[in-house]
Design a protein around this ligand. Structure first.
Ligand code: CP
Length: 359
């Protein structure tokens, strides 16, 4: 069964096919109306969302399909203690495809292990957000005309920003990508992305804490919100919350053709004075989110049982009772699941579900 849990579940060719299909939908919207008639999408959102849930809903409606689900798990049997796996087993009896957002890392992965319909990860904790990545890739392609060869600056909360982690994974498959990581020390990119993705795939990156120094070289500036809800310590959040603010003065330092992306919502990291700048692409990015999710739904429904579009092969998991994942937001520490690990770059052992380093 083809699912989308992590951007690496799609080959580069599959990503390019989805982006190309989204471009065809833009050009020939009428051809796709009705292509999901009598099909049902379930949106299971255990965490708040505006763009992702509503764009999935709008995408399925534009394709002629129907949508069911919940946006607040307290209104479902989750509040009675139903597990993620039991919930998807049940919802798979009603729906043809499921989009799931969950605050616990690895929840969509364990859902996919028992689901009889495709599962789409619509964001799991600080871990991954692959459909935002497809949105970002379509936006970069439409704004700049190409993805290969870009220099992209990620600015703000690179530690908890799941959209950043997923986009770097996907970009690592494109040619000549240069990454500039702009963050205070407390919010730096996790090591597993630097080691397992950038070092392994040969992506050139540098780290800085100066947006002013970095901005002149960028083709894309990817701003992010500091994710208050992910901090365990409120004082730490207060120290870093206003680290970087994009304003008209800083935009004057940038290339004439630079594109500003932001997964949104923003809080105060982009001033509204930037919104009318033609380089501000973040509201066009929102619309691209619906278009690319239309393309994703069509593709997964077509590929779900096609051996030519299988899931990637992984080495067998390490099952060692002496090892323990210490991430309190990992699914294996929130529901009963067998502890599993994988051997990553530099001989480091990581949790199978959340990628945390195991000590
Ligand atoms: N970009 C994004 O994931 O937005 P929502 O949290 O509103 O879905």
């Amino acid at each position: 069964m083809k699912h989308l849990i992590d951007p690496t579940d799609l080959t580069k060719e599959e990503i390019d096919q989805i982006v190309a299909l989204a471009e065809d939908i833009i050009a020939h919207r009428e051809r796709y109306q009705g292509s999901m008639a009598h099909k049902k999408l379930a949106t299971l959102f255990y965490e708040p969302s505006t763009r992702t849930r509503l764009s999935f809903t709008a995408a399925m409606m534009e394709l002629g399909g129907n949508v069911l689900g919940f946006s607040n798990p307290q209104n479902s049997s989750v509040s009675k203690g139903e597990t993620v796996q039991d919930t998807v087993r049940v919802v798979g009896c009603f729906a043809d495809i499921i989009a799931m957002r969950h605050p616990i890392e690895g929840a969509p992965l364990v859902a996919s292990e028992v689901s009889r319909v495709p599962i789409i990860n619509a964001g799991d904790g600080s871990h991954s957000h692959p459909t935002q990545t497809l949105t970002d890739l379509l936006t970069i392609k439409r704004e700049l005309g190409h993805i290969d060869g870009i220099t992209i600056g990620f600015c703000g909360d690179l530690r908890f920003g799941r959209t950043v982690h997923s986009l770097i994974k996907a970009l690592s498959r494109y040619k000549d990508i240069k990454v500039v990581l702009i963050a205070p020390d407390e919010l730096r990119l996790p090591d597993y992305i630097k080691q397992d993705v950038c070092d392994k795939m040969g992506v050139a990156y540098r780290e800085t804490n100066s947006l002013d120094d970095a901005i002149p070289e960028l083709d894309v500036l990817y701003m992010t919100r500091v994710q208050k809800e992910r901090f365990l310590d409120e004082d730490e959040f207060d120290r870093v919350k206003d680290s970087f603010v994009l304003d008209a003065r800083r935009m004057a330092l940038a290339k004439e053709k630079m594109a500003v992306l932001h997964p949104l919502p923003r809080v105060n990291e982009i001033l509204t004075e930037v919104d009318d700048d033609p380089r501000a692409a973040y509201f066009r990015q929102v619309e691209n989110g619906k278009l690319v999710r239309m393309a994703l739904i069509i593709s997964l429904m077509e590929w779900k049982n096609d051996p030519a579009h299988g899931m990637p092969e992984h080495d067998a998991p390490i099952l060692n009772p002496a090892l323990h994942c210490t991430n309190p937001k990992c699914i294996c520490n929130n529901e009963k699941h067998e502890s599993r690990f994988r051997l990553a770059e530099n001989g480091i052992t990581r949790c199978w579900y959340c990628d945390s380093k195991v000590r």
